[in-house]
Design a protein around this ligand. Structure first.
Ligand SMILES: [Zn+2]
Length: 369
């Protein structure tokens, strides 16, 4: 992975490269920021840069022996920890899966990774055994690169076990760099927070996502801009929208809520046929389409609330007038609750839940509101 493959975040790239050039690399860093902002990609690019045999002013060379190994995630001085599930308590038991996962792309949510490991909705974990393994692998001095790098993706999953790593993080062996990656600061042990240098990632700029969609995915400029607006600074969301531009999510979403609301006037029916048909159709339309639809729904509510508040929204005029009417009818508070229900539904879909059942369940929750 090279810096050129990391989307946007130019300022952070510069800072990291400078720290390497000036021999002032922080030995324990926490890459913290929202989903889809490139924290893992940046960590991989930085690890490769640190050990590159011919590092340039802006990037690793990409071709030296060290870069080639780093690219394959097979460098002997680079270690990866990520959540595992069930009895497989060590990250290295799943290293082959991790390699093929990362070979395809480096922008993922945690649930997407955990779904690779397990279909039964198990909880991901970074275990005590894994922490002990980290300690062991960093007590060995011998290495071939300039730096030993330990990446911990999903530091939230460390929970209390993270305390085992305190001493190591506080006084890492020479030329060892720890990069912890997390989205939620409140889920990180304060003892870890206080021992790491915070590297804050912001949402990606609208232009960076738009450009990436245009240049790497040949998407026409208006569509690219629209998708970037819905994605709201999150590349993982932008990716999910690729190939879905022909769908009319506005109409789908309006129809869905109408079916749910109309239920009220016909309480004798157990569940309106229209709604059943709608969820059947959505439920069998493929996961990618479902995710994109739900992202649109969240965007619509977010922007609708902004418009209602007198702010400039990113909705088109026809959408905006419906959104404002919707907030007026359903109320602000309930719109927020609907957006939470949709957020949970999105999580279920990512975790491979049955689409029809999940959409029907969410419909009933919205109806109950
Ligand atoms: Zn190189």
């Amino acid at each position: 992975m090279q810096f050129s493959q990391v989307i946007g975040q130019e300022e952070l790239k510069k800072q990291l490269i400078q720290s390497a050039q000036n021999d002032k690399v922080s030995q324990a860093m926490l890459f913290l920021g929202p989903e889809g902002t490139g924290k893992l990609s940046m960590a991989l690019a930085f690890a490769q840069y640190l050990n590159c045999e011919n590092p340039g002013p802006e990037d690793s060379c990409g071709t030296c022996a060290s870069c080639v190994k780093a690219k394959k995630l097979a460098h002997p001085d680079m270690f990866y920890t990520y959540p595992t599930v069930g009895a497989r308590t060590l990250a290295r038991s799943d290293i082959e899966k991790w390699r093929s996962f990362i070979a395809e792309d480096t922008y993922y949510t945690y649930p997407e990774w955990i779904a690779q490991l397990d279909n039964e909705n198990k909880q991901g974990n970074i275990t005590a055994e894994e922490c002990n393994q980290i300690i062991r692998q960093h007590s060995l001095r011998h290495f071939e690169g300039k730096y030993k790098v330990q990446i911990i993706w999903g530091a939230e999953y460390l929970a209390k076990e993270g305390n085992r790593l305190l001493k190591l993080i506080e006084e890492p062996p020479a030329n060892t760099v720890f990069i912890l990656i997390a989205q939620a600061q409140e889920a990180i042990l304060p003892t870890i927070l206080s021992r790491t240098q915070l590297v804050k990632f912001s949402k990606l700029a609208l232009e960076d996502i738009t450009k990436q969609l245009q240049n790497q995915h040949q998407i026409e400029s208006n569509d690219a801009l629209r998708m970037a607006q819905i994605a709201d600074g999150n590349w993982i969301e932008a990716k999910a929208l690729i190939g879905q531009t022909a769908n009319n999510y506005f109409e789908d979403f309006r129809q869905w809520l109408l079916f749910i609301i109309q239920q009220k006037s016909r309480p004798s029916l157990p569940f309106a046929q229209g709604l059943v048909n709608w969820t059947e159709q959505m439920g069998s339309s493929g996961r990618q389409n479902q995710k994109a639809f739900l992202q649109y729904a969240l965007f619509f509510i977010r922007e609708g609330l902004a418009a209602k508040n007198g702010l400039r929204s990113k909705l088109q005029p026809a959408e905006e007038s419906v959104a404002i009417k919707m907030v007026d009818t359903i109320t602000w508070e309930k719109m927020l609750k609907i957006s939470q229900i949709i957020n949970n539904l999105h999580y279920q879909i990512v975790r491979n839940a049955n689409g029809k059942i999940a959409f029907l369940g969410a419909s009933m929750k919205i109806k109950a509101l």
